[in-house]
Design a binder for this molecule. Sequence first.
Ligand SMILES: CC(C)(COP(=O)(O)OP(=O)(O)OC[C@H]1O[C@@H](n2cnc3c(N)ncnc32)[C@H](O)[C@@H]1OP(=O)(O)O)[C@@H](O)C(=O)NCCC(=O)NCCS
Length: 188
Amino acid sequence: MIQIVLYQSQYEPQLKELLRGFEAEVEHRLRWPFPSAEISPFDDPESLDENDQDDELMEMVEEGAEDALSQINQGNDDCYLALSPEGNVIGFQVTHLYHNQADKHVKAGDLELSRLYVHPDFRKNGIGRMLDQDCLERVKTVDGINRVITFVEKNNSPNIALKRDLGFRKSTGYQDGARVYHFFQRTI
Ligand SMILES: CC(C)(COP(=O)(O)OP(=O)(O)OC[C@H]1O[C@@H](n2cnc3c(N)ncnc32)[C@H](O)[C@@H]1OP(=O)(O)O)[C@@H](O)C(=O)NCCC(=O)NCCS
């Protein structure tokens, strides 16, 4: 049975490896570990510059994973883990609660689903859905959360299908450099 548990420091090494996977796949469209990388399953993967060096990518992936972990360890972000029956970390979800208005999209009382990841070997088994559903149940019991929001890249069809299925509605688009995101929201 898959269990969803709150992150604790004993899981740090395993979580860090999965955070590297997230950074590689979501930020750089690569399977972790490279160099035997494949392009991720997004519909419309960006092509990588041929001059990109594995070392540079490794560094960016490492930095991204370290930043994410430090936000979790400092208590700025919450993290829940999916554990396999053997007790291994096979997925995670990171959320951030905004206490103040952040920009025109993000208001005080918004809980952002900021990172969701399932190890590629365990996908399509309902684990991503479990992590999201668990979070949506939990927020009902927390005071001060008005809505759940998330930015999903427009070509991330698995995550878009999942969010729509869970009752999220797209309210607007959002562009960050070359990347286009859908802004999804859901009332509690
Ligand atoms: C998005 C992600 C977390 C889904 O995890 P998962 O455990 O494979 O998802 P589930 O098995 O729970 O599937 C839930 C729903 O998602 C959608 N979905 C999942 N994989 C899909 C795919 N390859 N294509 C289309 N829809 C898909 C479906 O609606 C599915 O429901 P269904 O099984 O009833 O059809 C996983 O693909 C992942 O880690 N991707 C890389 C990281 C990422 O893109 N994260 C989101 C951005 S933060």
